[in-house]
Design a protein around this ligand. Structure first.
Ligand SMILES: Cc1cc2nc3c(=O)[nH]c(=O)nc-3n(C[C@H](O)[C@H](O)[C@H](O)COP(=O)(O)OP(=O)(O)OC[C@H]3O[C@@H](n4cnc5c(N)ncnc54)[C@H](O)[C@@H]3O)c2cc1C
Length: 414
């Protein structure tokens, strides 16, 4: 136990793996990243939340990210027949967060994180790492994989970290079960030119579809458009991902209107979107980070923040993996709960009723109540206070059917 953390190997060199490598290298830990290098040209995860900016600063790479990304001032939600709901990140100044985030082309963003880890002294091996089970709950690097990192001198690392994303290598090897959420959607997305510019510039737009929802994420010179829906509804739109994405856009009045002159400039990528949290996040000599630990949902874009934050938490708790796992689990559960309020329509019912109430009763008290709840929700959706007990309880009560959630079903995402 005393030696844990002296040598660490991250299996997987995506955002969570290389961020962990950077943070550990900064503290003088001998860290090796095994990455198979099989990253496609088009990767989901292009929209960041403000809570990620302090981590980028800590890594010393915010300027590089700003140079390849687009400033993101907020997120808007559009639903048929309703007023658009705008989240302005300026509201999160009250929870001590930067008042913006970025939209980033993922492969370039990943390269920046990766290069930083190397600059800071982390070592990288490009290989598909093989691990073996060593008893009931232990793991070891396979001999061939170990030999590819000669600086380890044939000794197993003190800590092995599963950063393999949705491959969930350790969970599969150790037959660790997971808790899944209610949604099992499929997402199709691509990059386009010729769509109308989102307003304000850089604003991410989430729209309701007849079934499911869509995103519009502005990137430098192009727009990422994605649709997320259950598999049966997707199948009704066509056989190929190209047909499905094209038909989803053409049949949605808002999307069709925004992109009559659209031109697809990338392939169409497909992801299955499950909501999943691993039943165990650590064991003797091993831990999980990022998607390998848990994947919440693309709604609200928490994935990369959770990936980088898990690396932060693990780097701070190398000697107490239980504490790391508890903190991470709390975050994942809080995000899952938060996102369920969006899917159920309760957040929007609360917003619309709150705005109506403020319009009718224009006095200082109602203005202050509105401001308080706008700030709470913004700070929770940005990652700063997602797991705050007060915020979670307040949201449950105020979005409940009994208060003003009766309308929620009409605003739910199918
Ligand atoms: C539809 C959809 C939309 C999303 N949109 C957003 C968004 O807008 N914003 C956001 O923040 N997040 C979003 N996400 C989530 C985000 O993409 C992930 O949370 C993030 O990529 C997780 O990073 P990671 O490092 O944990 O895993 P990954 O990025 O998956 O990295 C894992 C790495 O491990 C490597 N690997 C796997 N097995 C091995 C092995 N045996 N040996 C060596 N290497 C291996 C892989 O090649 C990969 O490079 C979205 C996800 C989905 C499904």
């Amino acid at each position: 136990m005393k030696k844990r953390g002296e040598t660490v190997a991250s299996i997987g060199g995506g955002p969570s793996g290389v961020t962990l490598a950077s943070l550990l290298a900064m503290r003088g830990v001998n860290v090796t990243v095994f990455e198979d290098g099989k990253r496609p040209d088009l990767i989901v995860g292009e929209s960041l939340v403000p809570a990620i900016v302090p981590i980028l600063r800590r890594l010393g790479i915010e300027e590089r990210v700003a140079a390849i990304g687009l400033h993101k001032p907020g997120v808007s939600f559009t639903m048929p027949g309703r007023e658009r709901v705008n989240f302005d990140f300026r509201n999160v100044a009250r929870c001590n967060l930067p008042t913006y985030a970025y939209n980033v082309p993922r492969p370039v963003f990943d390269d920046i994180l990766d290069a930083r880890a190397t600059e800071l002294g982390a070592r990288r091996v490009t290989t598909r790492a093989k691990l073996e089970r060593d008893g009931d709950s232990r793991l070891r690097l396979g001999e061939e994989t170990l030999a590819q990192a000669p600086w380890l001198e044939g000794r197993q690392p003190d800590l092995l970290v599963d950063s393999t994303g949705r491959s969930r290598l350790f969970a599969r090897l150790l037959a660790i079960p997971s808790a899944t959420g209610p949604r099992r959607d499929v997402a199709h997305f691509a990059h386009f030119e010729g769509f109308d510019e989102n307003e304000p510039r850089g604003q991410v737009i989430i729209g309701w579809l007849q079934a499911g929802w869509n995103w519009r994420i502005p990137l430098p010179g192009r727009l990422s458009v994605g649709v997320v829906m259950n598999k049966d509804d997707a199948a009704r739109l066509g056989i190929t991902p190209e047909e499905r994405l094209e038909n989803a856009i053409a049949r949605d009045p808002v999307l069709a209107d925004a992109g009559p002159g659209r031109r697809r400039v990338s392939e169409v990528a497909t992801y299955t979107n499950y909501q999943l949290i691993s039943a165990r996040g650590f064991g003797p000599g091993w831990a999980m980070t990022g998607d390998a630990f848990g994947f919440v949902d693309p709604m609200l874009s928490p994935g990369l923040w959770l990936a980088l934050h898990s690396a932060e938490l693990l780097s701070e708790h190398l000697d107490d993996l239980g504490a790391y796992s508890r903190r991470m689990r709390r975050q994942l559960a809080a995000w899952m709960e938060m996102i369920s309020h969006y899917y159920s329509g309760r957040i929007f019912a609360m917003y619309h009723r709150g705005a109506e109430f403020s319009r009718k009763h224009q006095h200082e008290i109602s203005r202050r109540i509105q401001l308080h709840f706008d700030t709470q929700v913004a700070c929770m959706a940005c990652g700063a206070r997602t797991s705050s007990l007060y915020g979670r309880a307040a949201l449950k009560v105020f979005s409940s059917r009994a208060v003003w959630g009766k309308e929620a079903p009409s605003m739910a995402i199918r």
